[in-house]
Design a protein. Structure first.
Lengths: 124, 124
DNA sequence: ACGCTGCCTTGACGCCTGTCGAATCAGACA
DNA sequence: TGTCTGATTCGACAGGCGTCAAGGCAGCGT
């Protein structure tokens, strides 16, 4: 992981599956460089749970004040993990009044899932 | 080298989807602790490409001698990345004569994809 | 049996990451 | 305005990770 510019998540915001599944075609270096940080961000138990709590929340969003007490970690540490998820393009943050709310970006989740799909794309 | 005492990937070898999608139910800490290493292993561009090369290979397996020259890295480094993938339960290695062959474990790939699935199970 | 080739492991180095406490910033309320 | 609460940023530390050079081990060919 030597260096990544500022993480230009190219077309990850689009809804089209940018990439064929791992098992079908060899993923080019550029694609790997873009998607690997997203997997890396999911590669921590705390962040995986944070991700799940945000994604499965009622209304699709969660207040940080509900996230922090769910772990045995300090506020700054949770904030750091949320920043990591944010910079990986997995979640979005918005401040409304006193509290900050997080929500997931479904598009990139879909792309990651598509990349890992084992069956040929017949299902969709 | 296929024997590995550590690596207690609990039920990841089963074919049943052990976990509901991220967006449906909050993933428990134990599940996160088990699956996060797999995502972490995919969180490196080199390993993501290695994974893809192995998964998309003819016959489902590939020789290390075909993997190494595809990168600007030394043999030991590629070997180290392959070990990481192996210990994450993502691939399997087998020595046949002079060469070592790697193949993916589709079951865990399916589980990771299922975890990231965004749509409710309506699509399939 | 001997050496050759190919792959893996070990040891070492520097960078990155997870964690915390302290300080800082952004709103809300009196 | 001042103060209080909540979230982030800063500074620092230990541990983990990616990389390479050197060494070791397994098969194959002569």
């Amino acid at each position: 992981m030597s260096n990544q510019p500022p993480l230009t998540v190219v077309d990850l915001n689009g809804d089209a599956p940018c990439c064929a599944p791992l098992v079908q075609r060899r993923v080019p270096a550029e694609t790997a460089a873009v998607l690997a940080p997203a997997f890396k961000a999911l590669g921590d138990p705390v962040r995986l749970q944070l991700m799940s709590m945000i994604a499965s929340a009622e209304g699709g969003e969660v207040c940080v004040c509900d996230l922090t007490p769910a772990f045995d970690l300090t506020g700054p540490t949770i904030s750091h993990h949320l920043k990591t998820l944010r910079e990986a393009g997995l979640v979005d943050a918005e401040r409304r009044g006193t509290w900050v709310y997080y929500r997931v970006r479904p598009a990139i989740l879909r792309q990651l899932a598509a990349l890992l799909t084992v069956e040929p794309a017949a299902a969709r």
